[in-house]
Design a protein around this ligand. Structure first.
Ligand code: PLP
Length: 227
């Protein structure tokens, strides 16, 4: 199966998961994660109609974004850990940063965005599972940190993101996705930011994530792996 067929399959699995969740009217943004693939392969995905691409390292993303700069229909998503010294470039290159995890990083993004006369859309990453190997805010810090960061001019806080632990049975991570959704609702009810997006679900678990309310999924392997 080629990239086009893989994308069609992922899209139909997204539609089926929405159906199961009684959300068939909802839209889910498929972010095609291109971190492991070169521009020629990305072109195949673009030809199949995807317009949201995700990268997790600025230094890998920058040359690809440069190579595809004539494709003004692409929305580039920064999904990996962001270092303060790369923020200026991230603000230039991406339309949504999924991985903000501190007030300090939010403040730097806001500052750089203002310098570039823009408002940067961001999500806060939450370490719902509490694994020490993972980036993201601990659950207890989400509300106070997001509340503080949402006051900065130059950023617009649009929602939350998480990465679930990798386990063979995706049913096991359902509670983490449910918890992220509860946090989003809590923030929404307290009027913090514009809490629109729940970015959760990858190749292994995107269907469960959609059943639990995801409206952005980030899928790489299922699209680019040869089968
Ligand atoms: C790599 C990556 C993905 C995609 O993972 P797959 O399992 O290949 O679908 C999603 N989100 C983040 C943050 C990633 O780094």
């Amino acid at each position: 199966m080629g990239v086009r067929e893989n994308i069609r399959l992922v899209q139909s699995r997204i539609a089926a998961a929405l159906e199961r969740a009684g959300r068939s009217e909802d839209l889910v943004t498929l972010v095609t994660v291109t971190k492991i693939v070169a521009v020629a392969k990305i072109q195949e995905a673009l030809e199949a109609g995807v317009t949201h691409l995700g990268e997790n390292r600025i230094q890998d993303a920058a040359p690809k974004i440069a190579a595809l700069r004539n494709r003004t229909d692409i929305n580039w998503h920064m999904i990996g850990h962001l270092q303060t010294n790369k923020v200026k470039l991230a603000v230039e290159l991406f339309s949504l940063i999924h991985s903000v995890d501190s007030v300090r990083l939010a403040q730097e993004i806001a500052k750089r965005a203002l310098q570039q006369n823009k408002v940067m859309d961001v999500l806060f990453e939450v370490n719902v599972s509490g694994e020490t190997s993972k980036y993201g805010l601990p659950i207890a810090e989400v509300v106070p940190v997001v509340r503080e960061a949402a006051r900065f001019e130059g950023i617009s806080v649009k929602g939350l993101m998480t990465m679930a632990p990798f386990v063979p049975d995706p049913e096991e991570v359902r509670p983490y996705f449910r918890k992220l959704r509860e946090l989003l609702i809590t923030l929404r009810e307290s009027g913090v930011g514009q809490m629109e997006y729940l970015s959760m679900g990858m190749t292994n678990d995107f269907e469960v994530a959609i059943e639990e309310g995801a409206n952005i999924v980030r899928v790489g392997t299922a699209i680019f792996e040869e089968r």
